[in-house]
Ligand binder design. Sequence first.
Ligand code: TXA
Ligand code: MG
Length: 348
Amino acid sequence: MITIFEKIDSNNINMDLIEKAAGILRKGGLVAFPTETVYGLGADGLNASACKKIYEAKGRPSDNPLILHIGNISQLKDIVCDIPECAVKIIDRFWPGPVTLVFRKKSIVPDSVSGGLNTVAVRFPSNPVARAIINAAKTPVAAPSANTSGKPSPTRAKHVLHDMDGKIDMIIDGGSCEVGLESTIVDVTGKKPVILRPGGITKEMLEEVVGAIDIDPAVYKALSAGEKPKAPGMKYTHYSPDAEVFLVKGEKSNVAEKINQLVKQDMENGLKTGVMCLNSNAGLYKADMVVGVGKNMRQAGKALFDILRDFDENKVNKVYSEVFEETGEGMAVMNRLKKAAGYKLIEA
Ligand code: TXA
Ligand code: MG
């Protein structure tokens, strides 16, 4: 398959391109497009065979359900049974935007979207290109992150091209993604809302609107055999670059000393090394690549996946990262970093 690659200006959207993308979706094809979180790999969300193609292109396990993306609020009632009160509050405050809600699904939603669950995850993205495509397609669009399953999510069109060239019909390049981490997922089907996956809309921001919120244990730790996360995708290895990633925890100066010592050993063994740290700590490290993730966790979220893919491009073998605070956006950053590291933690 030849993948069409087109650039689009989100401030001056070329509607011919949008129509072309929507036409491909309506015919059951696959189109990757930018959202404010990460690039999505879209298919007609009500067409079971189109959705199956997503699993093939990504190499994704079939029990891992997809998020349905809507282009306007009125589409929601077509796909979900009821809209609980806490969902109304979250929608009023944060939609369109980077938060996904899990509802009880209507039967129109195919099993290949819901992975056999009786619920469906729905997201109303704020990115104008994403919304234009969904509205032109006139159907909810199923869209996981547009990466090969297990790899870091794509925050730029070149990442999508790297993973999906020849496997999908079209890639729309709308520049780099604002948030850089996938949406916060909140299950609103129970008595109390539960965060299944942390993202740019933080627990603190949600609690301002709906009061106390629970967090699924899979957000913090590796699950033991038999334990099931509520978001099936959280059980898979994720975000892993080719390089082996380690988290190093402790007092700032101890961490620097420990990492520099590990790097020195690796370099003696002929390995290429990388370090991820807060910008202000970059001067403390010596390695082949020392990368500042940003000044704060919002910047780190935007940069994280890009940095992980950069290490691969530069053939880095081992990456050592500082451990960051798990509050605010830091909860999402640490969730992705722990998974990238396969939960390997070194105490300094
Ligand atoms: O920001 C995002 O959400 C991006 C962009 C493209 O919109 N999409 C995204 O999709 O991250 P994906 O497929 O990479 O991640 C979807 C996650 C998976 O962990 C999946 O298990 C979970 O959502 N999920 C989907 N439907 C669910 C449901 N009904 N109940 C619980 N978890 C669900
Ligand atoms: Mg994904």
